[in-house]
Design a protein around this ligand. Structure first.
Ligand SMILES: Nc1ncnc2c1ncn2[C@@H]1O[C@H](COP(=O)(O)OP(=O)(O)OP(=O)(O)O)[C@@H](O)[C@H]1O
Length: 493
């Protein structure tokens, strides 16, 4: 059965079910087919769904008629009985799979025939309902199935456009390092393994977590619940994660479920896990080990079946060495680790993602603007400290400010505009001077910029700066001296 759908929290607290983010398909393409041999049931389904969801619903009395209708026009969702004359529900699903018809199927079944419904789900049905269904549950489930369909249709369109190899669910990339990550996700998707995703801000950690959730046939039936640990004050964290009983502390006016409970049967995404305070780390460790916990103020153990994905833009290994993160929790989270490369190390992704974001943000009804060669060169030469999120924001702005359907360099944000002053090499090819000379200038300017940025991140610590840059400490020190960079300026005051 559908799990957790009825237990949504306000969006600012819990982002349940990634498919909820997907924009609905155009009304014209949202159509439901009800396949049912009992006329009264058929009609009550039709009336209820049309009235409650405002969507056109067609009806078929058996599998054979349904197949004819599915061949004639697209349907987003099909609700089918299993036991019917002529072609029964199971054979209908088999045919749909064989013909690769893009419809999301919900099966209905009488009490006592749950095994058949489970069998239908193994064959590709999305979910099942026991008859007679609770009207509210039916509508919630159909809405979820419609969102699932929209997501699948969008992904199919995207894949057709950019080629299957360059997309894993919602994660686009042309970078070989990312292909290895796609393969790894493929291996772990069907397990309940805990995953740790490390990567700079905006590299797509949440996007990858959602892809893992979607790629798992088991977990995607449950919700995806994201917890942004850095945004939660320490005093609230325990009750947010584990819930509380009524009266357990001042202000606990009613019992409340925590995020672990809300994510049951799905995925819990712990974003910025490096910000979890020490006091909470020990409690989290216990839950990960025992897969059970008590609500704050409660004494009843609640068992959960959840995949935990943790993400951080900090280096947890270093935090462990510095005594800021528990080693046992680190190893518990780090069963499978995904290191997301920053955008500057995957330049092949810049044109792919830029084009994708331009299409996403193009004003509706207009053709997406064209990215000029000069603007593309500017994108390729930028270091993208904010990674994919920064590129997305830049493309959103460019779509708004583009004139005559063309994005030119001046439509890009100020960060990407050339800055006046010495030391900034221009990327404009000057044919009056030798190439080697200009390349040397560009390299010097880029090294300086890179080192300054890395020192800022490393808070003036040369060793950490060396680690970030992948260079030895000695070469970093030599370059710092050569470029006369004052490391003290980057140390916290
Ligand atoms: N490979 C990708 N393909 C398409 N869109 C992507 C990809 N990676 C990231 N995005 C988009 O970029 C934006 C930032 O991604 P996301 O929020 O997943 O990054 P993050 O690493 O979790 O960021 P933070 O460290 O700030 O939490 C999102 O809008 C996401 O949809």
């Amino acid at each position: 059965m559908s799990v957790g759908a009825a237990e949504r929290e306000p969006r600012d607290l819990v982002e349940a079910d990634s498919t909820a983010d997907a924009p609905p398909a155009p009304e014209s393409s949202r159509r439901i087919l009800v396949v049912e041999d009992n006329e009264d049931t058929r009609q009550s389904f039709q009336q209820l769904l049309e009235l409650s969801l405002g969507i056109d619903v067609d009806i078929a009395r058996d599998g054979t008629q349904a197949l004819t209708m599915l061949a004639e026009r697209p349907y987003s969702v099909m609700i089918t009985d299993l036991r019917m004359p002529k072609l029964d529900g199971m054979k209908l699903i088999e045919e749909i799979q064989a013909r690769r018809l893009p419809v999301t199927t919900i099966v209905t079944t009488g009490h006592g025939s749950i095994d058949e419904a489970v069998q239908a789900m193994r064959m590709g049905a999305y979910d099942f309902l026991t008859k007679p269904p609770d009207p509210q549950h039916l509508c919630v489930l159909v809405e979820r199935a419609l969102r699932e369909r929209t997501l699948q249709d969008e992904l199919a369109a995207l894949r057709a456009q950019i080629g299957d190899r360059h997309a894993f669910w919602n994660v686009l990339s042309k970078c070989p390092r990312m292909f290895e990550i796609f393969e790894l996700i493929g291996h772990i998707a069907e397990t309940t393994t805990t995953v740790l995703i490390e990567g700079e801000t905006g590299t797509g950690k949440e996007q990858v977590a959602r892809a893992i959730h979607q790629a798992s046939s088991q977990h995607r039936r449950g919700p995806f619940v994201a917890v942004h640990c850095a945004a939660l004050p320490e005093t609230l964290m325990e009750s947010e994660l584990f819930g509380h009983e009524k009266g357990s502390f001042t202000g606990a006016a009613a019992q409340r479920k925590g995020r672990f409970e809300l994510a049951n049967n799905g995925t819990l995404f712990l974003d910025e896990c490096g910000d979890i305070p020490m006091s909470m780390q020990v409690k989290l460790l216990r839950v990960l080990q025992e897969r059970r916990f008590e609500r704050v103020g409660g004494n009843q153990a609640i068992e959960i079946d959840v995949r935990v994905i943790a993400a951080t833009n900090r280096n947890l290994e270093v935090m462990v060495k510095e005594g800021k993160f528990r080693e046992d929790l680190y190893y518990r989270l780090n069963v499978v680790k995904i290191d997301l490369p920053p955008l500057r190390l995957r330049p092949e992704d810049i044109p792919l993602l830029a084009t994708y974001f331009i299409q996403k943000y193009a004003r509706s009804g207009n053709n997406p603007p064209h990215l000029s060669q000069e603007a593309m060169e500017r994108l390729l030469s930028f270091a993208w400290p904010g990674n994919i999120r920064q590129l997305e924001n830049a493309m959103e702005r460019a779509c708004v400010t583009a004139r005559n359907g063309i994005i030119r360099p001046e439509n890009l944000p100020p960060d990407l505009q050339p800055k006046a002053g010495p030391g900034k090499a221009s990327l404009r090819a000057d044919l009056t001077r030798p190439l080697a000379e200009q390349l040397a200038e560009i390299t010097t300017a880029f090294e300086k910029r890179y080192l300054r940025k890395a020192l800022r991140k490393a808070r003036g610590h040369v060793g950490r700066c060396a680690k970030i840059s992948g260079l030895s400490r000695r070469s970093v020190s030599a370059k710092i001296a050569q470029y006369k960079i004052d490391t003290a300026a980057y140390k916290p005051k």
